[in-house]
Design a protein around this ligand. Structure first.
Ligand SMILES: [Zn+2]
Length: 269
């Protein structure tokens, strides 16, 4: 069986409290070799370190402050997250750091621009962490690509790559993001939605080597599970749809995305 990595799943969330072990078992049975967990705030950073300790070499931690969680107290939150990152020397996902990446971080102006300025400051500080720690970034961006690209350009030469997670944009947006070397687009359940333009856009503009797979579980479940709780085993549906779109085999999709994961995150699969 071919193996894959779910590069973005909120497995620490309470949605999985009742049956987390079964969810992880189903993931392994579906061929999932590793799951990367992005934090959104202080509490989830703590939970993620705990759950990753219980599943070493299968679950991998990323710490950060999600843009939708940025409020007036963002600096205090960042200080606490930084401390947590320093307090986990027992975790060794890679030779580089107890963390696999900084994330998820970014900008989100979809629901509210109330903390627009604070979001920019929090992102900038976390980009600097990633540079200092030699880590890639797991980036969330919604209705803010211009601002994101503008900020990242300042750091372009120092960045250690990363993922623009849950990419749903057009050809221009894909090309603009992939100007950043060492970055890939995270592709998940949206690809399988009936009205998605991704199956046409991606093969025309993005080489398979610049994509990684993700769920964003518990959100964004692919067809035929759309609307239900998402889980890592469902990445299989995304692999099947990508193979069809790129006219390659599912094994090719897995091989290409696994290689990109190893390159960006420095893990050996
Ligand atoms: Zn997420």
């Amino acid at each position: 069986m071919t193996h894959f990595v779910d590069t973005h799943a909120h497995i620490d969330g309470e949605e999985f409290d009742a049956d987390r072990e079964e969810v992880l078992k189903r993931a392994r049975e579906a061929g999932c070799k590793a799951i990367f967990l992005p934090a959104i705030d202080v509490a989830s950073s703590r939970r993620i370190l705990d759950v990753c300790r219980q599943h070493e070499a299968f679950l991998f931690p990323m710490l950060g402050l999600h843009p939708e969680e940025v409020r007036a107290d963002w600096q205090e939150q960042l200080n606490q997250i930084k401390r947590l990152a320093g307090d986990a020397p027992d975790l060794q996902p890679t030779a580089r750091s107890p963390l696999l990446a900084i994330g998820e971080v970014g900008l989100d102006y979809y629901w509210s621009r109330e903390f627009e300025h604070e979001q920019l400051l929090a992102l900038e500080q976390q980009v600097e962490w990633a540079i200092d720690m030699g880590l890639p970034l797991m980036i969330h961006c919604r209705k803010a690509q211009n601002e994101l690209v503008h900020l990242l350009r300042h750091y372009e030469r120092e960045l250690h790559g990363g993922v623009f997670h849950c990419f749903t944009g057009n050809a221009f947006e894909a090309a603009e993001l992939l100007q950043f070397k060492g970055f890939a687009l995270g592709i998940g359940g949206v690809l399988t939605f009936k009205k998605s333009h991704l199956p046409e856009v991606l093969p025309q503009t993005v080489p398979l080597s610049r994509l990684v797979l993700e769920t964003d579980a518990p959100y964004m479940a692919p067809v035929p599970h759309r609307g239900q709780r998402n889980e890592s085993a469902y990445v299989r549906q995304v692999i099947a749809r990508l193979a069809e779109a790129y006219a390659v085999s599912e094994a090719d999709v897995c091989a290409a995305t696994n290689e990109t994961v190893e390159r960006i995150f420095g893990v050996k699969l």
